[in-house]
Design a protein. Structure first.
Length: 277
């Protein structure tokens, strides 16, 4: 993908779409948040960091679960963080703070956080090694990092089907897993290797799978074309008439996944965790 390094203004433009679909996103990724927290082994945490929090998740949920802890969410998108702060106020949270910064250069002291979580963000880092080393820097000794990343593309048919049809219609391969993007870390063991390169200890990797539901064929199309970064990027230079052809072919292809008018797809992710010695 030619524009795989996604800057803050890209995510700013996507922020309202993500808020519109946040109920679907949160339901979709709730099992992932649960697994991340299990990997953190939190016991009376004082400070927790959520890197790449976007519009506030999972940081806001963690702040609700641990009201005595200070939870900080970082992101490169100011608009995303504005939404996160708005949601925090709506929930009456006083222990959540949003900070705009790049994951490779965070404005925190060494050994500051008890735990760090990153839900589906590492694969977008400009430099994964630098990002993980920066996270390690701000972790206290004995602190844990837990991060999730999408599993194999072919095990995420809800999006792979769309990318395959885009490639077939345009006769161009528009997706490159070897540059930062949703499936940059999809291969088993890749995230664990990155963690070990950053000299994190006791590295563990867990495969997760589940079912995502869309209320209609149109909802699925709207979700992947507004929220899923790799589809947004793949479509960005394609003329509207060609996009309509793609949309029609996707609608036909997803028909076998419709049950009582709703679409159901299996998804696949991995959670990787490690400890700072």
């Amino acid at each position: 993908m030619e524009n795989a390094l996604l800057p803050g203004d890209y995510w700013d433009h996507r922020s309202d779409d993500r808020r519109q679909w946040e109920n679907v996103i949160n339901l979709f990724l709730k099992p992932v948040t649960t697994a991340l927290l299990q990997h953190l082994h939190l016991k009376n945490p004082v400070r927790i960091l959520d890197v790449g929090t976007g519009t506030g998740e999972p940081g806001l949920s963690i702040a609700q679960l641990y009201p005595e802890a200070e939870v900080t969410g970082t992101d490169i998108s100011p608009r995303m963080l504005d939404i996160a702060n708005e949601k925090g106020k709506e929930k009456g949270l006083t222990n959540f703070e949003a900070v705009c910064c790049d994951a490779v250069a965070m404005p925190f002291e060494d050994h500051y956080f008890d735990a760090v979580v990153c839900r589906n963000g590492v694969m977008f880092f400009k430099n994964i090694t630098d990002g993980l080393r920066e996270i390690k820097r701000v972790l206290k000794p004995g602190g844990r990092l837990a991060a999730s990343a999408w599993g194999l593309l072919e095990h995420n048919l809800w999006i792979s089907l769309v990318l395959d049809i885009i490639a077939a219609v345009t006769r161009r391969k528009l997706y490159n897993q070897h540059v930062p993007g949703m499936f940059h870390c999809m291969r088993p063991g890749v995230m664990a290797d990155w963690f070990e390169t950053a000299q994190l200890q006791s590295v563990q990797e867990e495969a997760l799978t589940g079912i995502v539901q869309f209320n209609s064929v149109d909802d699925h199309w709207q979700y992947v074309t507004r929220v899923s970064a790799d589809v947004v990027n793949a479509l960005k230079d394609i003329p509207p008439p060609v996009q309509e052809i793609i949309r029609s072919e996707v609608a036909s292809a997803v028909g076998r996944h419709v049950i009582d008018g709703k679409l159901y797809f299996q998804w696949s992710l991995r959670v990787t965790s490690g400890v700072k010695a």
